[in-house]
Design a protein around this ligand. Structure first.
Ligand SMILES: [Zn+2]
Length: 242
């Protein structure tokens, strides 16, 4: 085995370990900071991986029906393919965040500064060229690296993780199971991560998410919950993770 192979064999696990540690620390810090921006019975709904014509439209219809706004974390390549959805999301008062240019795992590629820069900078530029003003950044797979955190800060994006998942991407997810998980996990306040599309395959499964919301939101509103958009000024900065 050559020295180069040995070095690579040691370097890669060390980098992955570093990225895992960065993500864990950043997420913990970010989640706590986000929770402090919310009052009791306040919830922020966020959607990842879109836009996708069928499923994003269904989610938007559900939110419009319930009179609620949310944050859409878009992959810029998909946004470029569906500018009409980007326009609709903005026209209906929702906020937009960047979920990267593509949806590659940042832990494998984000260790390369050039790749991280391209994912964040080019992704942000594409969204801006579509008339969007991305305010937040959520790394694909929730995986952060020092480089992605650094470039997100340079683009003026606030890091925005979540603390409630409803596993709406599972093949056997139903509207009922998604709503049950939301109720069980929301606690006294919540930043919820759902999906208006899926990075692999069709976004058809997100139709269950739309159906779940059509019941979950009105019931929660009747229980005194508020669905709010993040206060950008109160959000933690990406620089805290860089
Ligand atoms: Zn994602």
């Amino acid at each position: 085995m050559t020295a180069a192979v040995v070095c690579a064999a040691l370097f890669l696990p060390a980098c992955l370990l570093c990225c895992a540690a960065v993500t864990a620390a950043a997420r913990l810090h970010n989640e706590r900071a986000l929770m402090r921006t919310l009052g009791e019975k306040q919830m922020v709904l966020t959607f990842d991986d879109g836009p996708c014509p069928e499923s994003t439209s269904a989610i938007l219809d559900a939110l419009q029906h319930c009179g609620v706004r949310a944050v859409f974390f878009m992959t810029a390549q998909r946004a470029a393919r569906h500018p009409e959805l980007v326009r609709r999301i903005q026209q209906e008062g929702h906020a937009i965040g960047l979920h990267g240019l593509s949806h590659r795992s940042p832990w494998l590629w984000g260790m390369l500064p050039g790749y991280a820069r391209r994912e964040i900078k080019q992704g942000t530029e594409i969204l801006r060229s579509l008339g969007a003003q991305p305010l937040y950044f959520r790394p694909a797979w929730g995986r952060l690296t020092p480089f992605t955190a650094l470039f997100a800060r340079r683009e003026g994006l606030k890091l925005y993780f979540w603390h409630v998942m409803a596993e709406d991407w599972l093949p056997d997810a139903t509207a009922f199971s998604i709503e049950q998980r939301l109720r069980a996990r929301r606690g006294e306040r919540a930043v919820v991560c759902l999906h208006d599309a899926f990075h692999r395959g069709s976004g058809g499964a997100a139709l269950h998410t739309a159906a779940a919301l059509r019941h979950f939101i009105p019931v929660s509103l009747a229980q005194g919950w508020q669905f709010i958009l993040p206060e950008r000024s109160a959000c933690p900065s990406a620089k805290e993770a860089a």
